[in-house]
Write a protein that binds this ligand. Structure first.
Ligand SMILES: [Zn+2]
Length: 168
C-alpha cells in the first residue's frame, strides 16, 4: 500500500509539472526564452522529479569527494541545474522539447532556419540525446519550410531537353 501511495505521489508530481507547463504556455509568450525565469523553473521542476538527474547528483558528489576528475561532462551549474558539457540538460518531456524546437525555428523572431542552423543554435545551449534527430525531423515536417523549398525549386525553370549531339 505504501508503494502504491508513493507511486501515486510520483504521478501527482508529473501532473503538477504538466499543469505548470500548460499555464506557463498560455500566460507567458516567451516562456522558452532562456532568460525566462519560468522556463528555468520548469526545467528545475522536471529535473527534481527525475531519477537520472538525482543519480547524477549522487555520482557528481562522490566524484567531488574522491577528487575524481575523469568525467567532467556532467555538472550542476550555479543555479543547480544539470548540464552536459555546459549545455542545459532537457528531459525527454516531449512537450518541452517541441516547444524549444518551435522557439528556435519558427517563432516570430526566427526565420525558419535550416536544419544545420537550428541545430547549431540549440546545441550550444541545450542537450538531450536525440536533439540532432529531433531538429531534423521538426524542420522536415515544418509546413512553411516545405512550401518555401517547393517554391525555390519551381524558380529553377522548366527542364529542357539537351540538343542532340549530331546538331552541335
Ligand atoms: Zn520552418
Amino acid at each position: 500500500m505504501r508503494l502504491l501511495n508513493s507511486a501515486a505521489k510520483t504521478v501527482d508530481c508529473r501532473q503538477l509539472v504538466s499543469c505548470a507547463l500548460a499555464s506557463g504556455l498560455t500566460s507567458h509568450k516567451m516562456v522558452y526564452d532562456d532568460s525566462s525565469k519560468f522556463f528555468l523553473l520548469l526545467v528545475r521542476s522536471l529535473q527534481m522529479n527525475n531519477l537520472f538527474v538525482q543519480a547524477q547528483k549522487v555520482t557528481i558528489a562522490k566524484d567531488k569527494q574522491s577528487q575524481n576528475t575523469e568525467d567532467l561532462r556532467w555538472a550542476f551549474n550555479m543555479t543547480k541545474l544539470l548540464q552536459y558539457e555546459r549545455r542545459l540538460y532537457i528531459l525527454s518531456e516531449a512537450s518541452v522539447q517541441t516547444e524549444l524546437l518551435k522557439h528556435h525555428h519558427d517563432n516570430e523572431l526566427m526565420k525558419h532556419f535550416s536544419i544545420e542552423r537550428t541545430l547549431k543554435l540549440m546545441s550550444c545551449k541545450y542537450y538531450w540525446l536525440k536533439l540532432a534527430k529531433d531538429v531534423k525531423k521538426y524542420v522536415f515536417s515544418c509546413n512553411i519550410c516545405q512550401r518555401m523549398k517547393a517554391f525555390k525549386h519551381r524558380s529553377y525553370g522548366e527542364m529542357q531537353t539537351l540538343p542532340h549531339s549530331n546538331s552541335l
